[in-house]
Ligand binder design. Structure first.
Ligand SMILES: Nc1nc2c(c(=O)[nH]1)N[C@H]1C(S)=C(S)[C@@H](COP(=O)(O)OP(=O)(O)OC[C@H]3O[C@@H](n4cnc5c(N)ncnc54)[C@H](O)[C@@H]3O)O[C@H]1N2
Ligand code: MOO
Length: 406
């Protein structure tokens, strides 16, 4: 095989299914205040039922439902008002046949009652007597002692990033710390003789500031990972291998941008082959074909195309799911998306996944064209659509799903 061709090219679907490291980050305990979007390492069971007591869900009167059957505006049921339940306190009075007890929303249901009639369907025309003008069924206006969560049931599952309501449920159950996977540490290496740090004020002819590393760090953070900046490596034989050997022991994932294409100075594949096994070199995706995936002694490595736009597109497709997976999350939280009509025809090649940047205005997705060398195509896009691997294109007017950037 000529050294100027990609070898072991794969589809994105193959990479997602087959390039799945076994490695997972360690488990740590974090307080609820630091647990948002973290991934529980184990399901968290409820230590006790929730809400823990039978509870009114309305402001009204606790009753025996049977005492209200047949009640109407014309022929109300008349019940003796026996007392009231205070919030946050045990009831001091029970409901007996023909009686009722005033209860606020959320109060303990007094003994003897099996329903709460809403205050709107009652009137206190005589002191001590409550007229009920609408029947309530047994269980109406009440939640059971374990209706939210039964004792021992799962409050939050393992492997799904915690959302705001999860924190609320854990707090309600008195669980104030959670065992979660540590954030995946993602070492980010840029390569190229022309690439200089963003802080460089005056550029020599041909130099470019490192755009990719900062943007990748953002994607890593968004995916719950911890970006570890690992600098810029020149296109010198041996330099990348040396840097890889430095960062690998401390990383859960290594990302190398540029140098994986077919140019004479493209050193990435050689350096990676020296420290690990290349799983694929060349991915059937546009943009982003010069992508490399490797296993470096259990640490996955993603070699990205040099063009920053392509690097970010590929990292979104194959890198972001890895950052989640390494931290124990099999199924990353779905991005928000919207349906739109495609504004014009799109051509594609069968067997290749196309990622097309679009704007969305009034339900129409308009593709943004331009070479992958232009990063601003990404900053102007509202989101992207995909032309699936088997398709040869999409016709204008087709309904498409646009994944939105946030
Ligand atoms: N003969 C061919 N030439 C190219 C092909 C091809 O198939 N045949 N593919 C093109 C595609 S597509 C891409 S993408 C690039 C990828 O090349 P490399 O991964 O080897 O990357 P470089 O050549 O080093 O860089 C490409 C481009 O990106 C700029 N760059 C690189 N790193 C950064 C960074 N951190 N920040 C900002 N800009 C960066 C670099 O200066 C180059 O302009 O190859 C095409 N060529
Ligand atoms: O794959 Mo290049 O990554 O299309 O710009």
């Amino acid at each position: 095989m000529s050294g100027r061709e990609f070898f072991t090219a794969r589809t994105v679907a193959e990479a997602r299914a087959g390039f799945r490291p076994r490695r997972r980050t360690a488990v740590e305990h974090v307080p609820l205040a630091a647990a948002l979007h973290r991934v529980p390492a184990e399901p968290v069971p409820a230590p006790a039922p929730l809400p823990g007591f039978e509870r009114s869900t309305v402001d009204g009167f606790a009753v025996r439902a049977a005492d209200t059957f047949g009640a109407s505006e014309g022929l109300p049921s008349y019940l003796d008002l026996l007392g009231a339940v205070r919030m946050g306190a045990a009831p001091e009075v029970a409901v007996r046949p023909g009686g009722c007890v005033a209860v606020p929303t959320g109060a303990v249901l007094p003994e003897g009652a099996d329903a709460v009639v809403m205050v709107e369907y009652t009137a206190e025309t005589l002191p001590g007597t409550v007229e009920v003008t609408r029947p309530v069924a047994p269980g109406g206006g009440v939640v059971g002692a374990d209706e939210d969560v039964a004792a021992g049931a799962v409050l939050v599952p393992a492997g799904r990033p915690l959302r705001a309501p999860d924190l609320g449920l854990l707090a309600a159950a008195g669980v104030t710390a959670v065992a979660v996977h540590a954030r995946a540490r993602v070492a980010i290496i840029s390569t190229g003789d022309e690439v200089v740090p963003p802080s460089t004020v005056d550029l020599a002819p041909g130099q470019v500031r490192d755009a990719t590393a900062s943007a990748l760090a953002g994607l890593v953070t968004d995916a719950g990972g911890e970006p570890v900046p690992a600098g810029i490596v020149a296109d010198e034989p041996g330099a990348l291998k040396e840097r890889l050997l430095e960062v690998l022991p401390e990383a859960d994932l290594v990302v190398v941008s540029a140098g994986s294409s077919v140019g004479a100075r493209d050193e990435t594949a050689g350096a990676v082959a020296a420290v690990g096994d290349i799983w694929c070199h060349g991915l059937a995706i546009k943009p982003g074909k010069p992508t490399l995936l490797a296993d470096c002694g259990g640490v996955p490595l993603v070699g990205l195309p040099g063009n920053p736009l392509s690097a970010l597109v590929v990292f979104g497709q194959v890198g972001v799911p890895l950052v989640w997976l390494l931290a124990g999350c099999d199924t990353p939280p779905p991005p928000s998306s919207t349906r739109a009509r495609l504004g014009r025809d799109l051509a594609s090649a069968a067997g290749r996944l196309d990622i097309v940047q679009v704007t969305v205005r009034e339900g129409v997705a308009e593709p943004l064209f331009g070479p992958s060398a232009l990063l601003s195509v990404l900053t102007r896009a509202d989101g992207y659509l995909t032309v699936p691997e088997p398709a040869t294109g999409l016709d204008a007017g087709t309904e498409v799903e646009v994944v939105l950037y946030r």
